[in-house]
Design a protein around this ligand. Structure first.
Ligand SMILES: [Zn+2]
Length: 539
Protein backbone atom coordinates (compact mmCIF):
# COMPACT_ATOMS: atom_id res chain seq x y z
CA UNK A 1 0.00 0.00 0.00
CA UNK A 2 1.98 2.89 -1.33
CA UNK A 3 -0.27 5.81 -0.43
CA UNK A 4 -0.63 5.39 3.37
CA UNK A 5 3.13 4.82 3.70
CA UNK A 6 3.74 7.99 1.76
CA UNK A 7 1.32 9.96 3.87
CA UNK A 8 3.07 8.77 7.03
CA UNK A 9 6.42 9.73 5.62
CA UNK A 10 5.26 13.13 4.50
CA UNK A 11 3.62 13.80 7.87
CA UNK A 12 7.00 13.27 9.52
CA UNK A 13 8.59 15.50 6.97
CA UNK A 14 6.15 18.34 7.65
CA UNK A 15 7.72 18.85 11.06
CA UNK A 16 11.13 19.13 9.46
CA UNK A 17 9.84 21.60 6.87
CA UNK A 18 8.20 23.71 9.58
CA UNK A 19 11.40 23.80 11.59
CA UNK A 20 13.47 24.56 8.53
CA UNK A 21 11.22 27.39 7.38
CA UNK A 22 11.55 29.07 10.79
CA UNK A 23 15.31 28.70 11.10
CA UNK A 24 17.30 31.79 10.20
CA UNK A 25 20.29 31.52 7.90
CA UNK A 26 23.76 31.28 9.45
CA UNK A 27 24.90 34.82 10.10
CA UNK A 28 28.45 34.68 8.85
CA UNK A 29 28.89 31.91 6.26
CA UNK A 30 32.51 32.76 5.49
CA UNK A 31 33.59 32.42 9.09
CA UNK A 32 31.63 29.20 9.63
CA UNK A 33 32.98 27.56 6.50
CA UNK A 34 36.54 28.65 7.25
CA UNK A 35 36.29 27.18 10.75
CA UNK A 36 34.89 23.92 9.36
CA UNK A 37 37.71 23.79 6.87
CA UNK A 38 40.28 24.22 9.64
CA UNK A 39 38.64 21.49 11.72
CA UNK A 40 37.98 18.99 8.97
CA UNK A 41 40.41 16.32 10.22
CA UNK A 42 39.15 16.62 13.80
CA UNK A 43 35.55 16.51 12.56
CA UNK A 44 36.28 13.33 10.62
CA UNK A 45 37.88 11.62 13.62
CA UNK A 46 34.98 12.62 15.82
CA UNK A 47 32.45 11.24 13.32
CA UNK A 48 34.17 7.86 12.90
CA UNK A 49 34.63 7.55 16.66
CA UNK A 50 30.90 7.99 17.27
CA UNK A 51 29.37 6.36 14.20
CA UNK A 52 31.85 3.60 13.38
CA UNK A 53 34.14 2.63 16.26
CA UNK A 54 31.34 2.86 18.82
CA UNK A 55 29.05 0.60 16.78
CA UNK A 56 30.19 -3.00 16.18
CA UNK A 57 27.28 -3.46 13.75
CA UNK A 58 28.59 -0.77 11.41
CA UNK A 59 30.12 -2.45 8.30
CA UNK A 60 33.09 -0.08 8.48
CA UNK A 61 33.73 -1.28 12.03
CA UNK A 62 34.37 -4.75 10.60
CA UNK A 63 36.40 -3.48 7.66
CA UNK A 64 38.63 -1.52 10.04
CA UNK A 65 39.03 -4.54 12.29
CA UNK A 66 40.10 -6.66 9.31
CA UNK A 67 42.49 -3.86 8.30
CA UNK A 68 43.79 -3.92 11.90
CA UNK A 69 43.18 -0.24 12.29
CA UNK A 70 42.19 0.75 15.82
CA UNK A 71 40.89 4.23 16.52
CA UNK A 72 44.26 5.27 17.94
CA UNK A 73 46.00 4.09 14.75
CA UNK A 74 43.66 6.14 12.64
CA UNK A 75 44.06 9.21 14.83
CA UNK A 76 47.84 8.91 14.68
CA UNK A 77 47.84 8.47 10.88
CA UNK A 78 45.57 11.48 10.32
CA UNK A 79 47.70 13.67 12.58
CA UNK A 80 50.98 12.45 11.12
CA UNK A 81 50.19 12.08 7.39
CA UNK A 82 47.05 14.14 6.90
CA UNK A 83 43.50 13.12 6.06
CA UNK A 84 43.75 12.27 2.36
CA UNK A 85 46.93 10.13 2.64
CA UNK A 86 45.23 8.22 5.48
CA UNK A 87 42.17 7.64 3.28
CA UNK A 88 44.41 6.31 0.50
CA UNK A 89 45.97 3.89 3.00
CA UNK A 90 42.55 2.83 4.24
CA UNK A 91 41.45 2.19 0.65
CA UNK A 92 44.49 -0.06 0.14
CA UNK A 93 43.61 -1.89 3.34
CA UNK A 94 40.06 -2.60 2.14
CA UNK A 95 38.18 0.21 3.88
CA UNK A 96 35.89 1.48 1.13
CA UNK A 97 32.53 0.80 -0.46
CA UNK A 98 31.81 0.34 -4.12
CA UNK A 99 28.60 1.92 -5.34
CA UNK A 100 26.92 -1.47 -5.63
CA UNK A 101 28.01 -2.41 -2.08
CA UNK A 102 26.65 0.88 -0.73
CA UNK A 103 23.33 0.30 -2.48
CA UNK A 104 23.13 -3.29 -1.24
CA UNK A 105 23.40 -4.72 -4.77
CA UNK A 106 26.66 -6.54 -4.12
CA UNK A 107 27.90 -8.38 -1.01
CA UNK A 108 30.75 -6.80 0.92
CA UNK A 109 33.61 -9.26 1.16
CA UNK A 110 36.95 -8.29 2.72
CA UNK A 111 39.77 -10.72 3.51
CA UNK A 112 37.43 -13.57 2.63
CA UNK A 113 34.89 -12.46 5.23
CA UNK A 114 31.33 -11.51 4.33
CA UNK A 115 30.27 -8.28 6.01
CA UNK A 116 26.55 -7.83 6.42
CA UNK A 117 24.97 -4.45 5.80
CA UNK A 118 21.49 -3.01 5.65
CA UNK A 119 19.86 0.20 4.54
CA UNK A 120 20.56 1.99 7.83
CA UNK A 121 23.96 0.48 8.59
CA UNK A 122 25.81 3.69 7.81
CA UNK A 123 23.50 6.14 9.57
CA UNK A 124 25.07 8.79 11.74
CA UNK A 125 23.49 8.11 15.17
CA UNK A 126 23.63 11.72 16.29
CA UNK A 127 21.80 13.18 13.30
CA UNK A 128 18.07 13.53 13.73
CA UNK A 129 16.08 12.76 10.60
CA UNK A 130 14.32 15.83 9.31
CA UNK A 131 13.96 16.01 5.59
CA UNK A 132 13.78 12.97 3.40
CA UNK A 133 14.82 12.91 -0.22
CA UNK A 134 15.06 10.36 -2.96
CA UNK A 135 17.95 10.25 -5.37
CA UNK A 136 17.04 10.14 -9.02
CA UNK A 137 19.29 7.38 -10.25
CA UNK A 138 19.06 6.24 -13.84
CA UNK A 139 19.55 2.61 -12.91
CA UNK A 140 17.32 2.15 -9.94
CA UNK A 141 14.35 3.58 -8.19
CA UNK A 142 16.71 5.75 -6.20
CA UNK A 143 17.64 5.71 -2.56
CA UNK A 144 15.90 7.42 0.30
CA UNK A 145 18.19 9.60 2.34
CA UNK A 146 17.38 11.52 5.51
CA UNK A 147 18.97 14.86 6.08
CA UNK A 148 18.80 16.94 9.22
CA UNK A 149 17.69 20.54 9.24
CA UNK A 150 21.24 21.42 10.38
CA UNK A 151 22.65 19.88 7.20
CA UNK A 152 20.27 21.90 5.02
CA UNK A 153 21.19 25.09 6.84
CA UNK A 154 24.87 24.33 6.45
CA UNK A 155 24.54 23.64 2.70
CA UNK A 156 22.90 27.03 2.20
CA UNK A 157 26.17 28.71 2.93
CA UNK A 158 27.64 27.39 -0.32
CA UNK A 159 24.58 28.61 -2.19
CA UNK A 160 24.95 32.07 -0.70
CA UNK A 161 28.58 32.18 -1.70
CA UNK A 162 27.60 31.01 -5.17
CA UNK A 163 25.07 33.84 -5.49
CA UNK A 164 27.79 36.35 -4.68
CA UNK A 165 30.44 34.65 -6.79
CA UNK A 166 28.23 34.55 -9.91
CA UNK A 167 26.64 37.91 -9.14
CA UNK A 168 23.11 36.54 -9.40
CA UNK A 169 21.65 38.09 -6.21
CA UNK A 170 19.64 40.61 -8.20
CA UNK A 171 18.67 38.28 -11.05
CA UNK A 172 15.34 36.53 -11.36
CA UNK A 173 15.97 32.95 -10.27
CA UNK A 174 14.05 30.37 -12.28
CA UNK A 175 14.18 26.88 -10.80
CA UNK A 176 13.66 23.88 -13.06
CA UNK A 177 13.53 21.12 -10.48
CA UNK A 178 11.43 18.11 -9.52
CA UNK A 179 8.69 18.02 -6.92
CA UNK A 180 8.67 15.49 -4.04
CA UNK A 181 10.01 12.94 -3.31
CA UNK A 182 13.11 14.82 -4.49
CA UNK A 183 13.56 17.82 -2.19
CA UNK A 184 15.73 19.95 -4.45
CA UNK A 185 12.84 22.05 -5.78
CA UNK A 186 11.14 22.36 -2.40
CA UNK A 187 14.36 23.55 -0.76
CA UNK A 188 14.84 26.31 -3.33
CA UNK A 189 11.21 27.34 -2.91
CA UNK A 190 11.41 27.33 0.91
CA UNK A 191 14.88 28.68 1.42
CA UNK A 192 15.89 30.46 -1.81
CA UNK A 193 15.52 33.88 -0.18
CA UNK A 194 17.99 32.77 2.49
CA UNK A 195 20.53 32.00 -0.25
CA UNK A 196 20.03 35.53 -1.63
CA UNK A 197 18.30 34.06 -4.66
CA UNK A 198 15.26 35.98 -5.96
CA UNK A 199 13.15 32.92 -6.72
CA UNK A 200 10.46 34.04 -9.16
CA UNK A 201 9.45 30.75 -10.71
CA UNK A 202 9.69 27.08 -9.99
CA UNK A 203 8.92 24.96 -13.03
CA UNK A 204 8.27 21.41 -11.88
CA UNK A 205 9.99 18.50 -13.50
CA UNK A 206 8.55 15.02 -13.35
CA UNK A 207 5.22 16.17 -12.03
CA UNK A 208 1.88 15.68 -13.67
CA UNK A 209 -1.61 14.88 -12.57
CA UNK A 210 -1.46 11.23 -13.55
CA UNK A 211 -1.28 8.22 -11.23
CA UNK A 212 0.57 8.59 -7.98
CA UNK A 213 2.25 11.75 -9.14
CA UNK A 214 -1.03 13.23 -8.03
CA UNK A 215 -0.20 12.51 -4.39
CA UNK A 216 3.32 13.84 -4.90
CA UNK A 217 1.92 17.10 -6.23
CA UNK A 218 -0.48 17.30 -3.27
CA UNK A 219 2.32 16.58 -0.78
CA UNK A 220 4.50 19.23 -2.39
CA UNK A 221 1.67 21.75 -2.10
CA UNK A 222 1.13 20.82 1.55
CA UNK A 223 4.82 21.34 2.35
CA UNK A 224 4.77 24.76 0.73
CA UNK A 225 1.67 25.75 2.68
CA UNK A 226 3.45 24.73 5.87
CA UNK A 227 6.46 26.77 4.81
CA UNK A 228 4.20 29.78 4.23
CA UNK A 229 2.57 29.29 7.64
CA UNK A 230 6.02 29.36 9.17
CA UNK A 231 6.70 32.63 7.42
CA UNK A 232 8.86 31.61 4.45
CA UNK A 233 8.16 33.36 1.12
CA UNK A 234 7.57 30.16 -0.84
CA UNK A 235 6.88 29.69 -4.52
CA UNK A 236 4.42 27.05 -5.74
CA UNK A 237 5.55 24.90 -8.67
CA UNK A 238 4.25 25.59 -12.16
CA UNK A 239 3.61 22.39 -14.09
CA UNK A 240 4.82 22.20 -17.66
CA UNK A 241 2.96 20.62 -20.55
CA UNK A 242 4.18 17.09 -21.24
CA UNK A 243 7.63 17.19 -22.84
CA UNK A 244 7.52 20.91 -23.57
CA UNK A 245 10.10 23.25 -22.08
CA UNK A 246 9.24 26.26 -24.20
CA UNK A 247 7.22 28.00 -21.42
CA UNK A 248 10.45 28.30 -19.43
CA UNK A 249 12.33 29.76 -22.39
CA UNK A 250 9.44 32.15 -23.03
CA UNK A 251 9.40 33.32 -19.40
CA UNK A 252 13.16 34.01 -19.48
CA UNK A 253 12.87 35.84 -22.81
CA UNK A 254 10.02 38.00 -21.47
CA UNK A 255 11.97 38.87 -18.34
CA UNK A 256 14.89 39.84 -20.53
CA UNK A 257 12.67 42.20 -22.56
CA UNK A 258 11.57 43.71 -19.22
CA UNK A 259 15.25 44.32 -18.42
CA UNK A 260 15.72 41.47 -15.95
CA UNK A 261 18.44 38.86 -16.32
CA UNK A 262 17.51 35.34 -15.24
CA UNK A 263 19.46 32.56 -13.60
CA UNK A 264 18.13 29.15 -14.54
CA UNK A 265 18.95 26.52 -11.92
CA UNK A 266 18.35 22.82 -12.36
CA UNK A 267 19.37 19.56 -13.97
CA UNK A 268 21.51 19.65 -17.05
CA UNK A 269 19.29 17.93 -19.63
CA UNK A 270 16.08 19.92 -18.99
CA UNK A 271 18.11 23.16 -19.00
CA UNK A 272 19.49 22.16 -22.40
CA UNK A 273 15.93 21.66 -23.62
CA UNK A 274 15.09 25.21 -22.49
CA UNK A 275 18.09 26.57 -24.41
CA UNK A 276 17.16 24.52 -27.47
CA UNK A 277 13.55 25.77 -27.30
CA UNK A 278 14.75 29.39 -27.21
CA UNK A 279 17.06 28.85 -30.19
CA UNK A 280 14.36 27.05 -32.15
CA UNK A 281 11.84 29.84 -31.67
CA UNK A 282 14.29 32.69 -32.03
CA UNK A 283 13.71 33.98 -28.49
CA UNK A 284 16.54 36.01 -27.02
CA UNK A 285 17.66 34.59 -23.66
CA UNK A 286 21.29 35.67 -24.02
CA UNK A 287 23.04 36.56 -20.80
CA UNK A 288 21.10 33.95 -18.83
CA UNK A 289 23.19 32.21 -16.18
CA UNK A 290 22.74 28.43 -16.25
CA UNK A 291 23.54 26.84 -12.89
CA UNK A 292 23.28 23.17 -13.77
CA UNK A 293 24.09 19.81 -12.25
CA UNK A 294 22.58 16.49 -11.25
CA UNK A 295 24.13 14.77 -14.24
CA UNK A 296 27.34 15.18 -16.19
CA UNK A 297 27.70 18.40 -18.16
CA UNK A 298 29.02 17.11 -21.48
CA UNK A 299 30.65 19.42 -24.08
CA UNK A 300 27.65 19.09 -26.40
CA UNK A 301 25.19 20.09 -23.68
CA UNK A 302 27.33 23.05 -22.64
CA UNK A 303 27.58 24.09 -26.30
CA UNK A 304 23.78 24.17 -26.70
CA UNK A 305 23.32 26.42 -23.65
CA UNK A 306 26.16 28.67 -24.83
CA UNK A 307 24.64 28.82 -28.32
CA UNK A 308 21.58 30.37 -26.68
CA UNK A 309 23.88 33.01 -25.21
CA UNK A 310 24.01 31.43 -21.77
CA UNK A 311 26.83 31.46 -19.22
CA UNK A 312 27.14 27.91 -17.91
CA UNK A 313 28.34 26.99 -14.41
CA UNK A 314 28.09 23.37 -13.28
CA UNK A 315 27.47 22.19 -9.77
CA UNK A 316 28.20 18.74 -8.44
CA UNK A 317 25.83 17.41 -5.79
CA UNK A 318 25.40 13.89 -4.45
CA UNK A 319 22.27 13.00 -2.49
CA UNK A 320 24.25 11.20 0.23
CA UNK A 321 26.73 14.06 0.67
CA UNK A 322 25.05 17.30 -0.37
CA UNK A 323 26.67 19.95 -2.58
CA UNK A 324 30.14 18.59 -3.20
CA UNK A 325 31.31 21.50 -5.35
CA UNK A 326 30.37 24.53 -7.44
CA UNK A 327 32.07 26.11 -10.42
CA UNK A 328 33.27 29.67 -9.94
CA UNK A 329 33.28 32.40 -12.59
CA UNK A 330 36.70 31.31 -13.81
CA UNK A 331 35.62 27.76 -14.56
CA UNK A 332 34.17 28.34 -17.99
CA UNK A 333 35.04 25.10 -19.73
CA UNK A 334 34.56 21.41 -19.11
CA UNK A 335 32.80 20.00 -16.09
CA UNK A 336 34.89 21.48 -13.28
CA UNK A 337 34.04 22.58 -9.71
CA UNK A 338 35.77 23.72 -6.52
CA UNK A 339 35.67 20.85 -4.03
CA UNK A 340 34.04 21.73 -0.69
CA UNK A 341 36.67 20.13 1.47
CA UNK A 342 35.01 20.92 4.77
CA UNK A 343 32.01 18.80 3.75
CA UNK A 344 33.78 15.87 2.10
CA UNK A 345 37.23 14.48 1.51
CA UNK A 346 37.75 13.08 -1.97
CA UNK A 347 40.40 10.75 -3.34
CA UNK A 348 40.44 8.79 -6.58
CA UNK A 349 41.64 5.43 -7.75
CA UNK A 350 42.37 4.07 -11.18
CA UNK A 351 40.02 1.29 -12.07
CA UNK A 352 38.41 -0.26 -15.06
CA UNK A 353 34.90 0.97 -15.54
CA UNK A 354 32.69 -2.04 -14.73
CA UNK A 355 33.27 -4.83 -17.26
CA UNK A 356 34.93 -2.44 -19.64
CA UNK A 357 38.43 -1.93 -20.96
CA UNK A 358 38.34 1.75 -20.16
CA UNK A 359 40.39 2.98 -17.24
CA UNK A 360 38.84 5.78 -15.21
CA UNK A 361 39.81 7.89 -12.20
CA UNK A 362 36.99 6.79 -9.96
CA UNK A 363 36.07 9.23 -7.18
CA UNK A 364 35.69 8.10 -3.55
CA UNK A 365 34.08 10.37 -0.98
CA UNK A 366 34.27 10.54 2.79
CA UNK A 367 31.83 12.45 5.00
CA UNK A 368 33.36 14.88 7.47
CA UNK A 369 30.71 16.95 9.19
CA UNK A 370 28.96 16.11 12.46
CA UNK A 371 25.53 16.51 10.79
CA UNK A 372 26.23 14.17 7.85
CA UNK A 373 23.29 11.79 7.55
CA UNK A 374 25.65 8.86 7.06
CA UNK A 375 29.22 8.25 8.05
CA UNK A 376 30.84 7.07 4.82
CA UNK A 377 34.52 6.36 4.26
CA UNK A 378 35.81 6.09 0.70
CA UNK A 379 32.38 5.56 -0.86
CA UNK A 380 32.52 5.20 -4.62
CA UNK A 381 29.75 6.86 -6.61
CA UNK A 382 30.56 5.53 -10.09
CA UNK A 383 31.64 9.02 -11.05
CA UNK A 384 35.06 9.79 -12.40
CA UNK A 385 37.09 12.98 -12.32
CA UNK A 386 40.52 14.47 -11.82
CA UNK A 387 41.21 15.97 -8.38
CA UNK A 388 43.90 18.62 -8.42
CA UNK A 389 45.15 21.69 -6.59
CA UNK A 390 43.90 25.01 -7.86
CA UNK A 391 45.00 28.52 -7.13
CA UNK A 392 41.95 30.68 -7.63
CA UNK A 393 41.18 34.19 -6.44
CA UNK A 394 37.42 33.69 -6.52
CA UNK A 395 35.32 33.69 -3.34
CA UNK A 396 35.72 29.94 -2.93
CA UNK A 397 39.48 30.17 -3.43
CA UNK A 398 39.77 33.06 -0.97
CA UNK A 399 38.01 30.99 1.66
CA UNK A 400 40.58 28.25 1.29
CA UNK A 401 38.97 25.77 -1.12
CA UNK A 402 42.20 24.86 -2.85
CA UNK A 403 41.20 21.74 -4.77
CA UNK A 404 39.07 21.27 -7.85
CA UNK A 405 37.55 18.26 -9.55
CA UNK A 406 37.52 18.50 -13.32
CA UNK A 407 36.21 16.28 -16.10
CA UNK A 408 33.49 14.92 -13.83
CA UNK A 409 31.60 12.16 -15.61
CA UNK A 410 29.53 9.13 -14.83
CA UNK A 411 31.11 5.99 -16.04
CA UNK A 412 29.25 2.97 -17.12
CA UNK A 413 29.24 0.69 -20.02
CA UNK A 414 27.12 -1.16 -22.48
CA UNK A 415 27.27 -4.86 -21.82
CA UNK A 416 24.68 -5.92 -24.37
CA UNK A 417 25.49 -9.27 -25.93
CA UNK A 418 28.94 -9.39 -24.43
CA UNK A 419 30.15 -6.31 -26.22
CA UNK A 420 32.33 -3.84 -24.42
CA UNK A 421 31.78 -0.21 -25.20
CA UNK A 422 32.60 2.64 -22.91
CA UNK A 423 29.56 4.66 -21.98
CA UNK A 424 31.43 7.88 -22.66
CA UNK A 425 32.08 6.88 -26.29
CA UNK A 426 28.47 5.95 -26.87
CA UNK A 427 27.32 9.19 -25.28
CA UNK A 428 29.53 11.11 -27.70
CA UNK A 429 27.92 9.37 -30.68
CA UNK A 430 24.44 10.05 -29.26
CA UNK A 431 25.01 13.66 -28.31
CA UNK A 432 27.39 14.89 -30.99
CA UNK A 433 27.74 12.65 -34.03
CA UNK A 434 24.12 11.72 -34.67
CA UNK A 435 22.77 15.29 -34.30
CA UNK A 436 25.50 16.50 -36.63
CA UNK A 437 24.83 13.86 -39.26
CA UNK A 438 21.07 13.50 -38.99
CA UNK A 439 19.71 16.62 -37.30
CA UNK A 440 18.40 17.52 -33.86
CA UNK A 441 20.56 18.26 -30.85
CA UNK A 442 21.99 16.72 -27.69
CA UNK A 443 19.09 15.14 -25.80
CA UNK A 444 17.23 13.97 -28.91
CA UNK A 445 18.86 10.53 -29.09
CA UNK A 446 18.76 8.03 -26.24
CA UNK A 447 19.96 4.46 -26.07
CA UNK A 448 18.07 2.24 -23.66
CA UNK A 449 19.60 -1.12 -22.87
CA UNK A 450 16.98 -3.65 -21.84
CA UNK A 451 16.56 -7.34 -21.37
CA UNK A 452 14.35 -8.73 -24.12
CA UNK A 453 12.75 -12.18 -24.04
CA UNK A 454 15.71 -13.71 -25.86
CA UNK A 455 18.52 -11.22 -25.70
CA UNK A 456 19.63 -7.86 -24.47
CA UNK A 457 18.17 -5.31 -26.81
CA UNK A 458 19.29 -1.78 -27.37
CA UNK A 459 16.50 0.58 -28.17
CA UNK A 460 17.58 3.82 -29.73
CA UNK A 461 14.87 6.38 -29.11
CA UNK A 462 14.87 9.31 -31.48
CA UNK A 463 12.84 12.38 -30.67
CA UNK A 464 10.50 13.55 -33.42
CA UNK A 465 12.20 16.93 -32.90
CA UNK A 466 15.28 15.58 -34.70
CA UNK A 467 13.36 15.78 -37.99
CA UNK A 468 11.71 13.37 -40.36
CA UNK A 469 14.00 10.39 -39.97
CA UNK A 470 13.54 6.78 -41.02
CA UNK A 471 14.40 4.29 -38.26
CA UNK A 472 16.54 2.11 -40.56
CA UNK A 473 18.53 5.15 -41.66
CA UNK A 474 19.21 6.11 -38.02
CA UNK A 475 20.20 2.56 -37.14
CA UNK A 476 22.72 2.29 -39.97
CA UNK A 477 24.21 5.66 -39.11
CA UNK A 478 24.50 4.76 -35.42
CA UNK A 479 26.18 1.40 -36.06
CA UNK A 480 28.51 3.00 -38.60
CA UNK A 481 29.57 5.72 -36.16
CA UNK A 482 30.19 3.25 -33.34
CA UNK A 483 32.97 1.73 -35.41
CA UNK A 484 35.11 4.79 -34.82
CA UNK A 485 35.35 3.84 -31.14
CA UNK A 486 37.16 1.12 -29.29
CA UNK A 487 35.21 -2.12 -29.49
CA UNK A 488 32.72 -0.47 -31.82
CA UNK A 489 33.45 -2.51 -34.94
CA UNK A 490 32.74 -5.83 -33.27
CA UNK A 491 29.75 -4.40 -31.43
CA UNK A 492 28.28 -2.93 -34.60
CA UNK A 493 28.52 -6.15 -36.55
CA UNK A 494 27.24 -8.24 -33.63
CA UNK A 495 24.29 -5.99 -33.06
CA UNK A 496 23.53 -5.77 -36.77
CA UNK A 497 23.62 -9.52 -37.07
CA UNK A 498 21.48 -10.16 -34.01
CA UNK A 499 19.24 -7.19 -34.68
CA UNK A 500 20.34 -6.05 -31.28
CA UNK A 501 19.58 -2.42 -31.92
CA UNK A 502 16.11 -1.27 -32.73
CA UNK A 503 15.21 2.30 -33.49
CA UNK A 504 11.94 3.92 -32.59
CA UNK A 505 10.84 7.45 -33.26
CA UNK A 506 9.70 8.40 -29.79
CA UNK A 507 10.63 10.84 -27.09
CA UNK A 508 13.53 9.79 -24.85
CA UNK A 509 12.52 8.43 -21.44
CA UNK A 510 12.86 10.42 -18.25
CA UNK A 511 13.97 9.18 -14.84
CA UNK A 512 11.63 9.58 -11.82
CA UNK A 513 13.13 13.00 -11.14
CA UNK A 514 12.80 14.17 -14.71
CA UNK A 515 16.31 13.77 -16.03
CA UNK A 516 16.69 12.65 -19.61
CA UNK A 517 19.95 10.78 -19.82
CA UNK A 518 21.54 9.80 -23.15
CA UNK A 519 22.24 6.29 -21.97
CA UNK A 520 20.13 3.99 -19.82
CA UNK A 521 22.08 0.91 -18.92
CA UNK A 522 20.69 -2.48 -18.08
CA UNK A 523 19.38 -2.45 -14.55
CA UNK A 524 17.15 0.55 -14.99
CA UNK A 525 13.79 -0.88 -14.17
CA UNK A 526 11.35 -0.22 -16.93
CA UNK A 527 8.70 1.02 -14.54
CA UNK A 528 11.05 3.74 -13.33
CA UNK A 529 11.20 5.32 -16.73
CA UNK A 530 8.38 7.45 -17.91
CA UNK A 531 7.49 7.66 -21.56
CA UNK A 532 6.12 11.02 -22.54
CA UNK A 533 2.80 10.82 -24.29
CA UNK A 534 3.77 12.03 -27.71
CA UNK A 535 3.52 10.78 -31.29
CA UNK A 536 4.90 7.32 -30.88
CA UNK A 537 5.82 5.64 -34.14
CA UNK A 538 7.20 2.21 -33.40
CA UNK A 539 9.49 0.50 -35.85
ZN1 LIG B 1 37.53 29.70 -8.29
Amino acid sequence: MRLPAEIRRYSRMMLGVFELARTPAIADPEQTLRRNLENRAANFLDLVARAVYANPENPYHKMLRLAQCEYRDMERAVQRDGLEPTLVELLRAGVYLTHDELKGKAPIVRSGELISAGEHSYDNPSTPAGIETRSGGSRSKGTLTQHSVAAQIHWEQYQRLLARELGIQHDAFVALLPILPSISGLMVSLRGAQYDWQVEKWYALSGNQRDYAHSRAAATRAMILIGKMAGAPCTFPTYLPENDFSPVAEYIARRKIAGKRCCLGGFVSPAVRVAAAAIERGWDISGTVFSVGGEALTPAKRATMEAAGGEVYPFYAIVEFGPVGYACRRMKTGNCVHLFEDLVAAISRKRLAPLSETEVDSLLFTTLTPFASRALINAEMDDSGIIEKVNCDCLFGQLGYGRQIRDIASYGKLTGQGMTLAGTDVVRVLEETLPRRLGGSAGDYQLVEEEGPAQTVMTLRVSPRAGRLRPDEVRECFLEELKAHRGGTVAASTWRHAEGVKVIIAEPLATPTGKVLPLHLLGARKSDLKAPALNFAAY
